[in-house]
Design a protein around this ligand. Structure first.
Ligand code: ARG
Length: 462
């Protein structure tokens, strides 16, 4: 082996790589984030090799100790990362050799970087699933608290961003709790599915050494070893599932972010965002910009971009490992960072925002929000077919609109002019409070229903 050839695989190489080859090949710039997982998996591997009699106890002990030294060097910021050593796996092993000498060379027995990176990355993504679940639960609690504070506050419910029917603030907040609960479930499902250990698949075919894959799987907190060695080193489904779950969650965050942008505007004034989550303008002194909400609205672009990127990397790759797959990590790292930051920012914004009860109520009472209640009254009290009731109500809306007033401001005489059967008690259903109170169907917006959902989630959430 010449000096310039690689000390890990340089046996058949006469010369070292071109500098540009080294630059395109190296992953140490980003996969150093896997150091803790790499060391943990190596320690489990060494202990198993010793238990199986493949490694002497003294070598295994030296390796185990040496790896802890490497760990503390990395965490202490003194570890000499070397780009010529390509990736985290070879950096750790080379440093281990400097520290403990010859036994370091025995660590890689019955293992390959292919199963090594597969297990390291799985451990990392699994931790991120747990972090996502915790972040989502914190946000769910913030929404539940908002819902509880205004369970019966009326606001306009929208379709097409046009006033549709009055709803309650609590109901709107709890809609996000449902969305986030599904997000949480997706991360939990993905975690359960990815919880099989690929370590021991070796390069691709398994190994002739009498290893115990069940032991390493258990030591690393996996449910079981993976069943097929070829699949083990070529599978990145776990990363794709994480990205897909992250994309859907970020899409949900973007929807509330958009509502916050609209609601915090001077035209809506539905909510006031805290100073902690807004910025001012250097030229317009009156401005309070919802920057955090806008950035959250944008984060999905990044996370979905990572998802598409990794799908594109994996598409059409023949089994098993190909170096293409090294391009998996940066996408997942960036998406995970964006999601965790986004969840934390949204949790802060939701916890700190103040709903403007009066503005919500005023908006609920305008825009003919109780037109459906009027139509329902005509059906219930006068026996009109719903289609006819819809027509009568539409005529009344047009008359009110022509006068620049709302439905409850029409006189009884004007109403009877459109349909003579209408009675004075119709005015009761034209009030927004009565409207929301009447929506008692399962999942409906009635404050009593909303309070049931709040109680249910308070009991379910940790
Ligand atoms: N740095 C590599 C990666 O991230 C590790 C696996 C390398 N395996 C190989 N056969 N070259 O994918």
């Amino acid at each position: 082996m010449t000096d310039s050839a690689n000390q890990m695989w340089g046996g058949r190489f006469a010369a070292g790589p071109d500098a540009i080859m080294q630059a395109i090949n190296a992953s140490i710039g980003f996969d150093r984030r896997l150091y803790a997982q790499d060391i943990r998996a190596s320690r489990a591997h060494a202990a198993m090799l010793a238990a199986q009699g493949i490694l002497s106890d003294s070598d295994a002990a030296a390796i185990g100790e040496g790896l802890l030294t490497v760990l503390s060097e990395i965490e202490g910021g003194t570890f000499p990362f070397r780009v010529d050593l390509e990736d985290i796996h070879m950096n750790v092993e080379a440093r281990l050799k400097e520290i403990i000498g010859e036994p370091a060379g025995r660590l890689h027995t019955a293992r390959s970087r292919n199963d090594q990176v597969a297990v390291d990355f799985r451990l990392w993504v699994r931790d991120q699933c747990d972090a996502a679940v915790a972040g989502i639960e914190a946000l769910m609690r913030a929404f539940v608290a908002q819902a509880e504070a205004g369970a019966d506050w009326v606001m306009p419910g929208f379709t097409h961003l046009q006033t549709a029917q009055p709803v309650t603030w609590g109901h709107h907040m709890m809609a996000y709790v449902e969305m986030l609960a599904r997000d949480r479930g997706r991360f939990m499902d993905a975690r359960a599915r990815m919880n099989e250990c690929p370590l021991g698949a070796a390069a691709l075919a398994g190994t002739g050494f009498p290893i115990d894959r069940h032991a390493t799987a258990a030591a690393l907190g996996f449910d079981r070893p993976t069943a097929n060695s070829l699949d083990s080193v070529s599978d990145r489904d776990f990363a794709l599932e994480f990205l897909a779950a992250a994309s859907i969650c970020a899409m949900h965050l973007s929807r509330f972010a958009e509502e916050l942008v609209i609601w915090s505007s001077a035209q809506f004034r539905f909510v006031r965002l805290s100073d902690r989550w807004t910025t001012g303008s250097s030229i317009m002194p009156q401005k309070k910009n919802p920057d955090a909400a806008e950035l959250l609205r944008a984060k999905l672009g990044r996370i979905l971009g990572a998802t598409v990127a990794l799908f594109t990397v994996m598409k059409g790759l023949a089994l098993t490992y190909s170096k293409d797959m090294q391009e998996d990590k940066e996408q997942v790292f960036d998406a995970a960072d964006s999601l965790m930051l986004g969840l934390a920012a949204m949790t802060g914004m939701v916890a700190d925002m103040t709903a403007n009860r009066d503005a919500l109520a005023a908006a609920a009472a305008s825009g003919f929000a109780t037109a459906t209640d009027l139509a329902d009254w005509l059906v219930r009290e006068l026996g009109l077919p719903f289609r006819d009731a819809h027509h009568v109500t539409g005529t009344l809306v047009a008359r009110a609109e022509a006068q620049g007033i709302d439905l409850p401001d029409l006189t009884l005489a004007e109403m009877q002019d459109v349909h003579p059967g209408i009675r004075a008690d119709v005015f009761a259903v034209l009030g927004v409070e009565n409207s929301v109170r009447s929506r008692m169907s399962h999942g409906g917006t009635a404050p009593d229903r909303v309070r049931e959902q709040i109680a249910r989630w308070k009991a379910l959430l940790p």
